[in-house]
Design a protein around this ligand. Sequence first.
Ligand code: NAD
Length: 364
Amino acid sequence: MVKAHSIAVLPGDGIGPEVIAEAERVLEAVAERFGIDVTLQHFPVGAAGVAAAGDPLPEATREAVIKADAVLLGAVGDPALDKAPRHLKPETGLLALRALLGVFANLRPVSVHPALVGRSPLKAERLRGADVLIVRELTGGLYYGEPRGRAASHAVNTLAYSVVEVERVARIAFAAARRRRRHVTSVDKANVLEVSQLWRDTVTAVGREYPDVTLDHLYVDTAAMRLVTEPAAFDVILTENLFGDILSDEAAVLAGSLGLLPSASLGSGPGLFEPIHGSAPDIAGRDVANPIGAIATVAMLLRHGFGLAEPARAVEQAISLALDQGARTRDIAEPGAPVLGTRAMGERITGLIGEEQRSRASVA
Ligand code: NAD
């Protein structure tokens, strides 16, 4: 019997529903082609959760994500709630969702499609060979540390990590490096922070379990600089929550647009899969958002959520073929060149699912 896979789909806010619709279109096509049994159920989160149930992570959504095999999220965020109390902010829903799922490792691959080298602000020669996986600790550090709070004249956040928290995310980074170029760069600020010293010692100890993987350490300021001066020097970057948040957005510029990049957040239960961009209120509702990040997220969901490598590759190949053929949304188009809308790009990629396999079969 074919195993059924249930996916809780949380389109969220702004461009979230637009790009997730295209991700679903591709997911359905790849499921049909490879005979994968998937069921998709939709739930509100973020500002949509506040509108539906007065909560950025409504109870029904909480129950559904815990029961699902994987969670596919668009993005959250609505400028209308910028001044709302903390418990009603869309971003509070996202942090609560990550904590609820216990997804402690965030994986963000960044590489540059050859056809898009010209869209990156970096010179082509610097980009050659750039293919980085950032593994960011996601449920600890400054974003969650207690005590936290704000008074009139001062405010406090707490940076704390335990050995166990560092070990489990480090193992994910080393295991990922084994499937890549076997090189982990751990990023910290061990010259200043005690937490970073514990981080460095713990990663070094875990590294001894992976003697075939090269480990080096960089301070975060040096890493930030080298990411744009020598991006090809990195394979896997392992780092804590705040540093990872900043470095992964910095790395994203290598690719040419935030709209291109996927992410997977993994723990011991259902994984959370989302494009890296936010709700982009400046372009929402206009069919101009790039759905490729959301569609590439489907590939990560198939690979890391369900262990389905071949369908995942089929999605990545379809994206790559569409770009090879010149399909461009506005954010990645040369000035004056023809552009596709969100939906048309989704349809183009959907039509190319399995194309690589079909052409290989016809050559054979
Ligand atoms: P953003 O990622 O939404 O947008 C930054 C810029 O990139 C904008 O100019 C936007 O138009 C462009 N962009 C983003 N995605 C795109 C796509 N798919 N195609 C084409 N262009 C794209 O970041 P922001 O403007 O800083 O934040 C907007 C809202 O999103 C805020 O409320 C923020 O809190 C939220 N946010 C949510 C997440 C998330 O849900 N994981 C992540 C980041 C920001």
